[in-house]
Design a protein around this ligand. Structure first.
Ligand code: SF4
Length: 149
């Protein structure tokens, strides 16, 4: 089964700060699933490293005050394209990111405060029937299997 996964969770250095966020469960996941890495912000034409960005009033603004919503929208659409191409029903996405976060994101003040909400890509995938799983849920995902979620 094909599953989308945020590339940074595989240790790819595509985050805004030029780093990755390698998770421990990769080998376990690879044993059972075919992982399709995606990085919506790179697909949206943004550089790495780049200014951090947060969602405010439905737009994505970077720390310099530039509106990068178009890049984030483009990246979300490209990611959905891949999800459909590979028939992915699940996506394991980096929590709290303005692209990949699902359920909670930063509040737009760049002060570390979290609010309820979804990143642009997580929202689009979810609206298209793809179940989004955060990295903190991987253990239960692996233990319980797909039906448990
Ligand atoms: S857009 Fe998603 S995959 Fe790319 S660096 Fe940010 S959290 Fe990771």
């Amino acid at each position: 089964m094909n599953i989308l996964i945020s590339a940074c969770l595989l240790g790819v250095n595509c985050r805004y700060d030029g780093g990755g966020k390698l998770i421990d469960e990769i080998d376990q996941l690879k044993k059972t699933y075919n992982l399709i890495p995606v990085c919506p912000e790179v697909y949206g034409g943004l550089q790495t490293p780049r200014e951090p960005a947060e969602i405010i009033d439905g737009k994505v603004m970077n720390r310099k005050g530039e509106d990068v919503s178009e890049n984030f929208t483009r990246g979300a659409n490209e990611t959905l394209h891949l999800a459909k191409l590979y028939n992915c029903k699940y996506a394991i996405l980096k929590e709290r990111s303005p692209s990949c976060g699902f359920g909670e994101v930063y509040d737009g003040t760049f002060s570390g405060n979290l609010i309820k909400g979804n990143g642009f890509t997580a929202e689009l995938l979810s609206k298209n029937g793809i179940k989004v799983i955060g990295e903190s849920e991987i253990d239960s995902f692996l233990k319980g299997g797909l039906e448990e979620l």
